[in-house]
Design a binder for this molecule. Structure first.
Ligand SMILES: *[C@@H]1O[C@H](CO)[C@@H](O)[C@H](O)[C@H]1NC(C)=O
Ligand SMILES: *[C@@H]1O[C@H](CO)[C@@H](O)[C@H](O)[C@H]1NC(C)=O
Length: 346
């Protein structure tokens, strides 16, 4: 393999050659890697060297300016996944390799469903945002009529609606393919379920949009009333998908179409309890996770530590306090020490 053929600078070549010699065959590509790499501007790498499927490479070559947006989308999805699962036994931590989410990317569990949905939604959101910001020549904001109808008499669609349809189409086109070699584990059923969950993620962006309206006219006369559709902040999309994760339905490959509405998350296999470390699966377990003693919900020591109990450490921290302005001109503070208990799972 001639590294110079597709990577410009030396450091990057080393990174890529190591990556591709460690994961030569088992992966055909995982775009999500863009969300964890510290490589700044992926355009410099060239489409051929990125862990994309062939179709993704083609799209990348035709529209290389999409790469930073795709990277933003991947980051958005990963960050939101980690925020949503911060206090849960499985906390959506990422690996350093191309599997990105390790075992959970292909396990066919509810967690796989959430990952695929939030990543597809992240891509929709990132593209939509760029359209509205005028960063792309392919799209702008959407000036046309929207669905559902305007909220009342005399209101008209106008101004700049977020172009979620464009974002959705691009996410669909880019993620046409399973992120992972479908025949390696789970086969066709997993492939079908993955595509369904990615689509459910895209729908979540459309379903969390809201209608915003404004009056125009001399001193608030409200002679012209315009409304537009705005995409929710991505955290709201994450909340929505977390709810779908909690209500996810187990399906068998065949039953998928009948059982699942378009925006429902589905899974094939029940999740492990994520209590103990399992190196084979790359599961971290919850030992050492900090927990709250009071809570019985997620993040509480009881459920998070799986009944193993917890250790308590006393943590002292110092901060500035009782600050006063002293003429002239500085601020004098005392140093206050706070002592708090920190609990972590045994
Ligand atoms: C998830 O928990 C593990 C410990 O079980 C910890 O090492 C890791 O940093 C956590 N990841 C995130 C994203 O919070
Ligand atoms: C998927 O992986 C299997 C082995 O795990 C391999 O035989 C097959 O060729 C791969 N398929 C593709 C399309 O790369």
């Amino acid at each position: 393999m001639d590294g110079r053929a597709f990577c410009g600078n030396y450091q990057m070549c080393v990174v890529l050659l190591v990556l591709f010699s460690v994961y030569p065959l088992q992966c055909r590509g995982n775009w999500m890697w863009l969300g964890i790499t510290s490589v700044g501007v992926p355009e410099n790498l060239g489409c051929e060297s990125l862990p994309f499927t062939n179709k993704q490479k083609d799209l990348c070559k035709r529209k290389p300016y999409l790469l930073p947006i795709i990277k933003d989308g991947a980051r958005l999805g990963i960050t939101e996944c980690q925020a949503q699962f911060k206090h849960e036994r499985w906390n959506c931590s990422t690996t350093k390799d191309l599997s990105v989410f390790g075992y959970e990317l292909t396990s066919g569990t509810k967690e796989t469903a959430f990952i695929l949905a939030v990543m597809a939604a992240g891509l929709v959101h990132a593209v939509t945002r760029s359209c509205s910001a005028g960063d792309l020549t392919d799209c702008a904001c959407d000036g046309g009529p929207q669905d559902p109808a305007p909220p009342g008499e005399g209101w008209q669609w106008g101004g700049c609606s977020d172009h979620v349809r464009h974002g959705t189409a691009l996410s669909r086109r880019f993620l046409h393919h399973p992120v992972w070699n479908a025949s390696s584990r789970g086969g066709r059923a997993l492939h079908t379920v993955n595509l369904h969950n990615s689509e459910a993620g895209r729908q979540a962006v459309a379903m969390t949009m809201s209608t915003e309206c404004r009056c125009h006219g001399v001193s608030g006369s409200c002679a012209v009333k315009t409304c537009w559709r705005a995409a929710a902040p991505f955290g709201r999309v994450g909340d929505f998908l977390k709810g779908r994760y909690e209500g996810a339905a187990q399906v068998r490959g065949r039953a998928l179409r009948k059982r699942a509405g378009r925006d429902r998350l589905v899974y094939l296999r029940r999740s492990p309890d994520y209590c103990l470390e399992d190196r084979r699966l790359g599961a971290a377990g919850t030992r050492g996770r900090s927990c709250s003693r009071a809570g019985a919900g997620p993040g509480g020591c009881g459920p998070l530590c799986c009944g193993r109990g917890y250790n308590t450490h006393v943590v002292r921290s110092a901060e500035r306090c009782d600050c006063q302005f002293v003429w002239c001109c500085h601020v004098r503070c005392r140093r206050c020490e706070t002592v708090s208990d920190v609990h972590s799972c045994k």
